[in-house]
Design a protein around this ligand. Structure first.
Ligand code: IMP
Length: 426
């Protein structure tokens, strides 16, 4: 069976966790393929909110295997905290959670290096979540990293020490004021490693291959968003992994011709957390309203998210790079009450009107060109059927569908599992 993908199409925080959770009953396996604890996937059901960072969002369903793929980077300290929360809720993950031996491990010194690197950049900082993501992927591509499979080998602590010592020398090199007590950090780290060792480590590409040949259904769960992709995002203000569809191939060992549906998730407006260009960003009351009504605060860092109108130029680009087959629009409810909505349908790029994403979208080169659409006043949060949705809302969705040429099959009108409306079958 083909592997379906579910990806964020903007700068992250689109609501992937919620939709994976809603979709999980249709899949045998949910697999994370990139990123790490920089992600914060929020799920709400039975009146309770759950935030997952590294563990796939299918974990609350019985009979679903949750795989942390080779493309993911794991911080044993954060992973242990996630498991502790699952223990509190009596979630049985011992048989349902598997980890790829090829996934890389975030060391305490990776986090320190992240902090040192950001501090040294001053105003040009990326706005990293400081979870050690960049330095861990640097060690992966530099062929110095420590993988989950290594901790099964007796020699791994020697390798750990050598790498941590090298990192300390690098931290000194940055010449910034970073205070730390490595002994303390290592105590937590090695405790996390012991917890990790109680889980099931697998050769995940073989596992996925066997699952596919035996007819099992797999959903690959993306983290962050396409505009944060290391190659196709707004570099250098990006994360350090491929968040786009190709990342699922390399992050799980799935061949490109084995990919099925690509579900692209976007918010009805745009948000961004951290630094970097954002052409439709709002600095007025409209942006403030989106932030407040949409509770736009980072699930991992608590930082307020920057808000703005929907950017169709960027969204079209993300659909193209990912080969999106179905769209899912989140947080339509947040736009209730705006008399007029704006959608960016083109850019003024150095005096010329363009409809593709250019190399540089910094404000000095790009200003958005908007199309205005009538808004709706109805509260959508209690609606459960497509027939209840107001005309103006449907007009907005149809406008987007026509512009993007891809069906918007699901709209989400609130954080709860139940606030999910199927508009049309594909
Ligand atoms: P890093 O991946 O933590 O180094 O962060 C790099 C950039 O990606 C920063 O601007 C972060 O705010 C952003 N970022 C990383 N993970 C997420 C996420 O899960 N949601 C939204 N933004 C993220």
């Amino acid at each position: 069976m083909a592997v379906d993908l579910l990806l964020g199409l903007q700068w992250g925080d689109e609501g992937k966790g919620k939709i994976v959770d809603v979709f999980t009953s249709k899949y045998d396996i949910i697999a994370r393929f990139q990123g790490g604890p920089n992600a914060g996937h929020t799920l709400v059901f039975n009146g309770r909110k759950h935030v997952l960072h590294t563990i796939p969002s299918g974990i609350f369903h019985d009979n679903t295997i949750n795989l942390v793929g080779n493309g993911v980077v794991i911080d044993p300290v954060i992973f242990k905290k996630e498991l502790d929360k699952l223990d509190e809720q009596n979630v049985d993950y011992k048989t349902s959670l598997c980890i790829s031996r090829k996934a890389h491990i975030i060391l305490p010194t990776h986090r320190l290096l992240d902090a040192a690197s950001e501090a040294s950049k001053g105003k040009a900082k990326i706005g990293s979540t400081l979870k050690g993501i960049g330095p861990t992927y640097m060690d992966k591509t530099g062929r110095n990293g420590i993988r989950v499979g290594d901790i099964e080998l007796s020699s791994w602590k020697k390798k750990y020490r050598a790498l941590a010592d090298k990192h300390e020398a690098m931290i000194d090199f940055y010449n910034v004021d970073i205070q730390y007590d490595l002994k303390d950090l290592e105590a937590d780290f090695f405790e996390g490693i012991e917890t990790l060792k109680t889980l099931k480590f697998i050769d995940s590409e073989e596992f996925i291959h066997q699952a596919q040949t035996s007819g099992k259904s797999v959903l690959a769960e993306g983290a962050q968003g396409s505009l944060l992709d290391i190659d196709f995002g707004t570099y250098p203000f990006v994360t350090s992994s491929n968040t786009t569809a190709a990342g699922a191939c390399t992050g799980l060992g799935v061949a490109p011709n084995k990919i099925g549906d690509v579900f692209g998730i976007f918010k009805a407006y745009t948000t961004r957390v951290g630094s970097g260009p954002f052409p439709t960003e709002l600095f007025d009351e409209a942006g403030e309203t989106m932030g407040l009504v949409g509770h736009e605060f980072g699930a991992t860092t608590g930082r307020p998210r920057r808000c703005g109108w929907l950017d169709l130029v960027a969204l079209k680009y993300a659909c193209q790079v990912n080969g999106v087959t179905q769209l899912i629009m989140m947080k339509g409810d947040v736009l209730s009450g705006f008399d007029t909505l704006k959608v960016c349908t083109a850019y003024n790029y150095k005096g010329e009107t363009i409809t593709h994403l250019p190399y540089n979208i910094e404000a000095e080169n790009v200003s958005p060109i908007y199309t205005e659409i009538k808004g709706w006043s109805e509260d959508l949060t209690g609606m459960t059927e497509a027939s209840q949705l107001p005309k103006e809302f449907n007009d907005y969705v149809e406008f987007l569908e026509n512009e993007l040429g891809i069906p918007i099959t699901i709209v989400s009108v609130g954080p709860d599992r139940k606030q999910t409306i199927v508009r049309k079958e594909k």
